[in-house]
Design a protein around this ligand. Structure first.
Ligand code: BES
Ligand code: MN
Ligand code: ZN
Length: 471
């Protein structure tokens, strides 16, 4: 359980937090007492989403908190609240008082606010020494029926995802990622098989070995299985590049910064897997994570090289910085060989994806139109937007190679589409498949999405699966 939620009856009086709709601010303000009015004015509170005011009585005691809400209510309306209260209140108040969200009765709106509060309590400061940033969060009292709500499982998965992305690469190489995956498997008594280093060649994962061979920190394939054999099988695949230098076609410095996040796909599927297992969804889950480092070294693969793949076709290498699709090709081929009900992959695959839809919305691709439609719809309902882009066959010829069966890179501007088309060669069309090309990062502080590792499409996929396979 998170330390910023409680289900206990508070010993002291709870402090009520009231929403104020932006468009009702004027009437609301007029009906306040003079003492309250002046505090509202001092705080310059106008009930815009993200604005908050603390109201005290004549003795200076904390009485109420008001916050601005949008119409309809957004999870992010309360995401700034925990940090705001933390900065204004004493540690003693924070430790002893319990906050309660009032006047929102719609179940879906409450779910949003509870999630928003939790997202507002995320911080990654484990490497800060000396004067630690304040880490006592205000405590929210969960309404009845929310003690074991799936929203808490989702939040737990989101924190796992962000923590993994934020971990620097010197602390999280392929082996450490393997250890994290093992820990997660153990938590749920899931089966966890690891294929290490040269065994990748023996067991026919040549592309994972080839990319990972560039590094002293040896590659591995993580393979987790969980759930009841009778339930429909869902396979998750996540790009686990623990650092992407670009290989011998090395990235310029400004593009190499933040490349610790290139295992963001792995972080997403491991976080999502935790949320699924915590919620006991009626699915048979498989999680595949190729874990490698794309390093510059004398052993690194090169442009012009030709390698075999698990599928059997040969790939000609163009730029070694397009490494993600190579390790995913073997993983997706393995995933599809079992014909699960659905394959979902997450990958920080291309810079082009961000050009296409910006840093807020990851594009996604699917070989099924219903999936495109349903996932997009869910995503806007849960405020975790994703947008479908086409697997346009017209660009497939860009992947033709002069000397091998396929080249791994397109030549045009739609790098996100040709990357997805390359992946499609290995999943095929028999198994329904969804591919998310995620940025996985907040470039600045946004409410509930602080600068650093950021989940994108995790909530959406969880909600999609929850609606279909709820326990
Ligand atoms: N990991 C990068 C893509 C990336 C870069 C994602 C920045 C998010 C932020 C990937 O391995 C890569 O380098 N892609 C290249 C592919 C190109 C060489 C075809 C890209 O998108 O520039
Ligand atoms: Mn790369
Ligand atoms: Zn990469």
């Amino acid at each position: 359980m998170f330390d910023f939620y409680t289900t206990k009856k508070p010993s002291k009086e709870t402090i009520s937090i009231y929403p104020v709709r932006t468009d009702e601010f004027n009437d609301w303000f007029e009906s306040r007492s003079d003492a309250t009015k002046s505090q509202i004015n001092v705080a310059r509170f106008t009930a815009k989403p993200g604005e908050t005011v603390i109201v005290r009585n004549a003795k200076g005691e904390l009485k109420r908190v008001y916050y601005g809400v949008s119409n309809p209510v957004s999870a992010y309306d309360v995401a700034t609240l925990p940090e705001f209260l933390q900065s204004r209140l004493s540690d003693e108040t924070l430790a002893n008082d319990v906050f309660e969200l009032k006047d929102i009765s719609d179940k879906e709106e409450i779910e949003k606010l509870i999630l928003g509060w939790g997202l507002g309590c995320y911080k990654f400061d484990k490497y800060k020494t000396g004067e630690k940033t304040k880490n006592v969060w205000p405590i929210l009292r969960l309404p009845k029926g929310f003690e074991k709500h799936t929203i808490l499982n989702l939040l737990s998965g989101i924190f796992t995802c962000r923590d993994l992305i934020n971990e620097p690469s010197n602390k999280l190489g392929p082996q450490e990622l393997v250890e994290r995956a093992k820990d997660i498997a153990k938590e749920f008594k899931a089966d966890c098989k690891i294929i290490h280093d040269k065994d990748l060649l023996k067991q026919n994962y040549p592309m994972i070995f080839t990319v990972g061979d560039s590094s002293e920190r040896r590659p591995a394939l993580i393979d987790i299985r969980w759930g009841n054999k009778k339930d429909p099988m869902i396979t998750l695949v996540g790009k686990g590049v623990c650092f992407d230098t670009g290989g011998v076609n090395v990235k310029p410095g400004q593009f190499m910064r933040n490349m610790k996040k290139d295992m963001g796909g792995a972080a997403h599927v491991l976080g999502l897997a935790r949320a699924i297992m915590l919620s006991g969804l009626k699915i048979r889950l498989r999680v595949l994570v190729p874990a490698v480092e794309n390093a510059v070294s004398g052993r690194a693969f090169r442009p012009d090289d030709v390698y075999p793949t698990r599928k059997g076709i040969t790939v000609e290498i163009d730029n070694t910085d397009a490494e993600g699709r190579l390790i995913l090709s073997d993983s997706l081929y393995e995933a599809s060989s079992e014909k699960p009900e659905l394959i979902i992959d997450f990958a920080t695959l291309t810079g082009a994806a961000r050009i296409a839809t910006g840093h807020e919305i990851p594009p996604f691709f699917s070989n099924r139109h219903e999936l495109e439609h349903d996932i997009k719809k869910v995503s806007f309902e849960v405020e975790d937007p994703v947008w479908p882009l086409p697997l346009w066959k017209g660009y497939r010829k860009e992947l033709n190679s002069d000397i091998a069966d396929i080249c791994h890179m397109g030549k045009g501007r739609a790098g996100h589409i040709t990357a997805a088309l390359f992946l499609q060669e290995f999943v095929g069309n028999e198994t329904p498949w969804v591919h998310f090309d995620v940025y996985g990062w907040s470039d600045a502080n946004y409410p509930g999405k602080p600068k650093g590792g950021r989940d994108m499409g995790l909530h959406t996929t969880f909600e999609y699966l929850l609606r279909k396979y709820a326990a």
